[in-house]
Design a protein around this ligand. Structure first.
Ligand code: GLA
Length: 374
């Protein structure tokens, strides 16, 4: 028996699984929270058989990486294109998964015309609200009762918790967030509605997200969860597990649930300009030092990654009564967005499955963390 099989067998025994069964993420966490992943067409079109197998066996929730973003689903005024999102939803239904919609209102991956009239002038508040409502009605309405939870608004906050000066905020005002939730709730009152953002372990930003969620709740619209993207770094302090823990404590104290929605751990050095952001517009140039592990991840770094994941999942387990789902942003290392962000063309190792689709030590660490620490 190899060390690996031995570890898996011991884990299966510890978790009281049938003899010989390989533990899976969705099974070991089934009493705690759903475990999801973000998928691309190569998965829902059954093109990448390795990723399809992993998604089917390990996860019970899916989020679309891109196909429900505005630029894909609503590329031109009055023109919707649901070809890919229909196949995404069908894949989730066929596999009995919890299907997430991502995302209705965001400043990124949203065409410029959305904010302009036919002469290219900025829209008025009323015209942009009407356009937002039309979009939400078409996109949510099409999947009513099938997509069970929506990231209604993505990334409305600055790092200090103030409102980001996005075109939504500039034209409509701060209440664009409440309006979006109101329209979404009207379309599908049963759908779970979420506010989604990154760096929420930063206290000021976390408090901003809680403030937004309270405003929405005060307007009479239920916020099913505050969604923390959790794009983390290998460095145990970016952010520390203690800060992640305080984030959940603050969300709990405010009376909300939480989801972790875009989990990954960037193992590569960050160029200063994009040091601590998940802002998709931040880009930097490649240098030799910024791409140190082009052929394999050294074992010491594998172990560090496993430890980082174990610490994060220990925090998630501690808060399992308010965490409904933990979703990874991607399936295998080879196809993660972090190979292209914030520097294009690097070799990153942020997930639980390697480029061949094999579980990494980080996978075993996450499986082991399902057994609450005494
Ligand atoms: C943000 C978005 C996601 C995705 C990631 C990176 O976090 O919410 O949709 O674009 O960036 O891929």
């Amino acid at each position: 028996m190899t060390t690996k099989t031995l570890t898996a067998t011991l884990l299966a025994a510890a978790l009281a699984l049938p003899l010989g069964a390989q533990p899976t993420l969705k099974d070991v966490y089934k009493d705690a929270f759903r475990v999801g992943t973000a998928i691309a067409p190569r998965v829902f079109d059954n093109l990448d058989t390795t990723e399809v197998r992993i998604v089917r066996t390990q996860f019970n929730a899916i989020t679309p990486e891109n196909v429900l973003k505005w630029e894909v689903v609503h590329p031109r005024p009055n023109e919707y294109d649901f070809a890919e999102s229909d196949r995404y939803v069908a894949f989730g239904e066929k596999n009995g998964m919890f299907i997430v919609g991502h995302t209705l209102v965001w400043h990124s991956q949203t065409p410029r015309w959305v904010f302009e009239d036919s002469a290219g002038k900025p829209l008025t508040r009323d015209a942009l609200l009407a356009r937002m409502k039309d979009h939400i009605q078409h996109v949510m309405g099409r999947y009513k009762g099938r997509i069970k939870g929506w990231d209604v608004v993505n990334e409305a906050l600055n790092e200090d918790g103030t409102m980001r000066q996005s075109p939504w905020q500039r034209i409509i005002g701060d209440d664009f967030v409440v309006k979006a939730f109101q329209y979404a709730h009207e379309v599908d009152p049963k759908a779970e509605l979420y506010y989604n953002d990154y760096n929420l372990a930063t206290p000021a930003k976390r408090d901003g997200a809680i403030r937004l969620a309270k405003q929405i709740r005060a307007a009479g619209i239920p916020v099913a969860a505050i969604n923390s993207q959790d794009h983390h770094k290998l460095d145990a302090n970016v952010p520390s597990a203690a800060l992640v823990d305080s984030m959940f404590q603050a969300i709990r104290a405010a009376g909300f649930h939480a989801n972790v929605t875009e989990l990954d751990v960037d193992v590569l050095p960050r160029p200063t300009r994009a040091a601590n952001t998940a802002d998709v517009s931040a880009r930097a140039q490649m240098t030799a030092q910024s791409n140190p592990w082009t052929t394999a991840l050294p074992d010491s770094v594998q172990q560090q990654l496993a430890k980082r994941y174990a610490d994060l999942f220990a925090v998630y387990m501690k808060h399992r009564d308010i965490i409904d789902r933990v979703t990874f942003w991607g399936v295998t290392d080879g196809t993660s967005w972090l190979n292209g962000f914030p520097v294009r063309g690097r070799t990153n190792y942020p997930l639980l499955f390697d480029r061949q689709g094999k579980p990494k030590p980080a996978f075993d660490a996450v499986i082991a963390a399902a057994k609450p620490r005494a």
